[in-house]
Write a protein that binds this ligand. Structure first.
Ligand code: 4AD
Ligand code: MG
Length: 461
């Protein structure tokens, strides 16, 4: 088959040639004498127009085909000067591969994103979702290219784990035990020794702790895989299953960490603009007006870098009425993050040096003894897309912080080991893959940028 992408990219090579294409019908319009079938073959955002006329032996069958049918078309490829579409194929033979029905859930009209979420197995056949999921694939490619070109080693960290990286207890338990007949010990507690791994395990919330150990062998590494959080927050930015990119660098500090994050975001945007211009135009026109201009600004300007303390000052001086109180020591809420990026700086902002109490145990304690060497990258429209830090490399300090967070030494001895054997300053971050897709496409709900979203009360398709 000649692919539609090829027809769009190298049009002149095909003019007046006989070609065969295959794809799915987006719409059919037919009169007695001739008709038009709009076909999408999956390889390109734009459709191909197929002209059918009554000379075709199955013309009447074709003119009644339902939207969604799969067909194979042979015909002549011709340029259509001055028409809405740049070219078309004049069919000499059309074979029906798979019919559809009048109840096909995607008709030629605008469907709401809410409705399309109920048919996540079919929505990639729409313009918006075809664009979103091709971009998602291209962003993944960009990320691997970025790190591979820099010599980072890609490490596959485990999904099943006995640890809780963020120490927040928001884990999905992994068990083979029969929930109706849980074995109990004498004290009535669940006896995990009888479980598959002989201990309590869960799905990973982050690959960081594992990837840190590889940074101590390969220097610069990254992991890129699914992570799971049982956060009970029903927001447009939280999913129970999401993908995370986590680079980790040995002999690096928080500044190196921010430099890497900034370079990576700029690289991804540039890469996507180059590989998917049609999709990006579509988002700019129909989803988020002004998107492309803003992305240009992101690529061409330095990100802002401010401390958490400065952020609190800005919020206190803002005169805004926030729902959540602004107070040094409290975590920044989405509304605060959006104020800082959208009202104050109008660009991506790194916020650094958060109070130790609101950040994870592994972050390096600053000399002030009150803050840690943390950085979050906040962007307009989405809020936090990256969370990172320089890691605590002092064995005793780390051990004490772990104990204070309720983590048991016997579960994390291996993590402590890397402070014992050739420890060095190191830093890394986690980029929320779905959040960066939202940022680049202008899509406003995380459910619409992951193929099969898993959120509270939704694990259906
Ligand atoms: O800030 P977080 O929790 O950081 C970590 O997990 C670190 N271990 C990363 C590291 O230093 N290696 O999560 C990182 C990012 C967030 O900034 C956000 O973009 C995304 O992961 N994220 C979520 N995305 C979707 N749904 C959720 N429930 C998310 N939770 C975090
Ligand atoms: Mg975070």
């Amino acid at each position: 088959y000649t692919l539609v992408k090829e027809l769009f990219r190298n049009t002149s090579q095909y003019v007046d040639k006989e070609i065969t294409v295959s794809g799915w019908i987006r719409s059919v319009r037919a009169s007695k004498a001739f008709g038009f079938i709009v076909l999408n073959d999956g390889t390109f955002f734009d459709n191909l127009q197929v002209v059918i006329n009554s000379d075709l032996e199955n013309f009447s069958e074709l003119s009644k085909l339902n939207v969604g049918s799969a067909i194979i078309v042979k015909g002549k490829f011709i340029k259509t000067e001055g028409a809405k579409q740049p070219f078309e194929i004049q069919a000499t033979n059309v074979q029906v591969e798979g019919t559809s029905t009048p109840e096909y859930p995607l008709q030629k009209k605008r469907h709401s994103f809410e409705y399309l979420r109920t048919i996540s197995h079919l929505r990639p056949r729409t313009n918006t979702f075809s664009a979103v999921f091709r971009i998602r694939s291209i962003v993944a490619q960009a990320i691997h290219r970025f790190f591979m070109d820099k010599g980072f080693v890609y490490v596959h960290t485990p999904i099943l784990t006995g640890s809780d990286c963020e120490g927040a207890g928001e884990m999905f338990r992994a068990t083979t035990l029969d929930l109706n007949e849980l074995p109990k010990d004498e004290e009535g507690k669940i006896n995990n020794k009888e479980d598959f791994f002989g201990k309590e395990t869960n799905l990973t919330v982050s690959g960081q702790l594992n990837v840190e150990t590889y940074a101590m062998a390969f220097r610069n590494v990254y992991t890129f895989g699914p992570t799971f959080r049982a956060e009970n927050s029903n927001t447009a930015r939280h999913a129970a299953e999401f993908w995370m990119i986590e680079p980790e660098m040995a002999f690096a500090d928080l500044i190196d960490d921010m430099d890497l994050a900034e370079e990576m975001i700029k690289y991804i945007i540039t890469f996507v603009r180059e590989k998917a211009p049609e999709e990006m135009e579509f988002f700019n026109k129909f989803i988020d007006k002004g998107l492309l201009g803003r992305l240009d600004n992101v690529v061409n300007n330095k990100f802002e870098r401010i401390t958490y303390t400065k952020a609190i000052e800005l919020l206190e001086k803002s005169g805004e009425k926030f729902e959540y109180p602004v107070k040094w020591g409290e975590d920044l809420q989405t509304e605060h993050e959006r104020y800082i990026t959208e009202k104050v700086y109008k660009k991506p902002v790194f916020v650094t040096d958060y109070p130790k109490e609101i950040k994870a145990f592994y972050m390096k304690l600053n000399d002030d003894n009150k803050t840690v060497a943390a950085m979050d990258l906040l962007v307009p429209g989405v809020g936090e897309i990256i969370g990172g830090s320089q890691r605590e490399e002092d064995y005793e300090t780390l051990l004490n912080k772990m104990k204070a967070s309720g983590l048991r030494e016997e579960d994390y001895w291996w993590y402590l080991d890397i402070r014992k054997y050739g420890g060095c300053n190191h830093a890394g971050f986690g980029l929320g893959f779905e959040r960066v897709i939202m940022y680049i496409t202008g899509m406003s709900n995380i459910r619409d940028v992951i193929p099969f979203p898993r959120t509270v009360n939704n694990c259906d398709i």
